[in-house]
Design a protein around this ligand. Structure first.
Ligand code: FES
Length: 359
């Protein structure tokens, strides 16, 4: 199945820190509908770099109400795409990308608590900054816990300070290697520290959004669960670039990664929980689960169609699926029975998957 990819013109580039830039795109009138987005969503760029197609997902840092379409990118040492985007890509170029996607979103309808707390490390601030700006309009009580190496690495530093000064945002900064002048929290944020900070708000009346490296997200999740936060109030975004060469998971009875010898019998069926509905479909085993759902007009979430973005993620709750490669799944997420439906094929007579309850 062809991916939906459109070209957007880069019209400005703003330097945020020494290694981070915001790319500002123009949305042509004909693309306004396809590129509408919700705070927290991302796009997947299809970049041709030295003759090689490289796909990378980046969160939007602008907010929907701003009438802007910005992504903010931190250059990763040795990073093929981030280096190209921050350093080489010139204003005026057309950049192919998929429309905004992702379920890590904030809307006033979805988030019904008075408080939101956001936990970011480094460039993990990107989707959270879009969420903060949107939640400010809803007059939410917002607390940002923001971890960085030092004071010079803080993306959106001035903008965040302005929100704090305006009384719109409470900020807790943690620096792992701050200057000697820094008098606040220092070191790596661990479970205990995060628990103490998160206790400052009433956990029953707070939704939590986190974006950062796996270690920080795991520590935050443990801290929140120890405070008895309902999992439905915890939202996480994880663009872990580590793609395992091959994660063999023969011990995992739900997800098989690799060349699956076993073939399911014709006439297999899958039961799907999606958008608060449960339905059962006959499956064409030669196609991915996502392709089957699209062909049956079930409106499943997806973006890159190539295992690179997590938009199509679901959880398998019964049966077996196979993926010939793990895509962006980590060992932990596979152990957690998470699957990428754009890669997964049904490998048992019947199976059940759930898009709605990923945590
Ligand atoms: S659609 Fe991007 S990982 Fe499946």
């Amino acid at each position: 199945m062809d991916e939906l990819v459109y070209g957007l013109k880069l019209i400005d580039k703003k330097t945020e820190t020494s290694d981070t830039s915001t790319l500002v795109f123009e949305i042509g009138e004909e693309l306004v509908d396809q590129f509408k987005y919700t705070a927290g969503q991302f796009v997947t760029l299809h970049l041709m770099i030295k003759g090689e197609l490289v796909k990378r997902s980046y969160s939007l840092s602008s907010a929907p109400y701003e009438n802007a379409f910005n992504i903010t990118i931190k250059k990763i040492p040795g990073g093929k795409a981030s280096g190209f985007l921050v350093e080489d890509l010139e204003i005026g170029k057309i950049v192919p990308m998929t429309p905004p996607a992702g379920l890590f979103t904030y809307t006033s309808k979805k988030i019904n608590t008075n408080n939101i707390t956001l936990i970011a490390a480094g460039s993990g601030i990107t989707p959270l900054y879009s969420i903060i700006k949107t939640a400010v309009l809803d007059e939410k009580k917002i607390h940002l816990i923001y971890c960085n190496r030092n004071e010079d690495n803080v993306i959106f530093d001035q903008e965040i300070k302005a929100l704090v000064e305006a009384g719109k945002l409470k900020l807790t900064s943690i620096f792992s290697q701050p200057s000697s002048a820094w008098e606040g929290l220092r070191g790596r944020a661990n479970q205990e520290t995060l628990k103490n900070i998160c206790k400052e708000e009433d956990p029953t009346n707070t939704h939590y959004f986190m974006c950062g490296p796996t270690g920080l997200m795991d520590a935050t999740l443990s801290a929140l669960l120890s405070l008895n936060v309902d999992k439905k109030q915890i939202h996480k975004e994880d663009f872990n670039p580590a793609i395992y060469d091959q994660v063999e998971s023969e011990d995992n009875e739900s997800v098989f990664i690799g060349d699956l010898a076993q073939k399911s019998a014709p006439g297999s069926q899958i039961t799907v929980v999606l958008n608060d509905e449960t339905f059962t479909l006959d499956i064409d085993n030669e196609k991915t689960i996502l392709e089957n759902l699209i062909e049956n007009d079930k409106n499943p979430p997806y973006s890159c169609m190539d295992g690179a973005c997590m938009a199509c993620m679901a959880k398998i709750t019964d049966g077996l699926v196979s993926q010939d490669d793990p895509g962006i799944l980590t060992e932990e997420s596979i152990a957690d029975k998470e699957i990428l439906t754009c890669k997964a094929k049904l490998a048992s007579q019947t199976a059940k998957i759930d898009y709605d309850n990923l945590f």
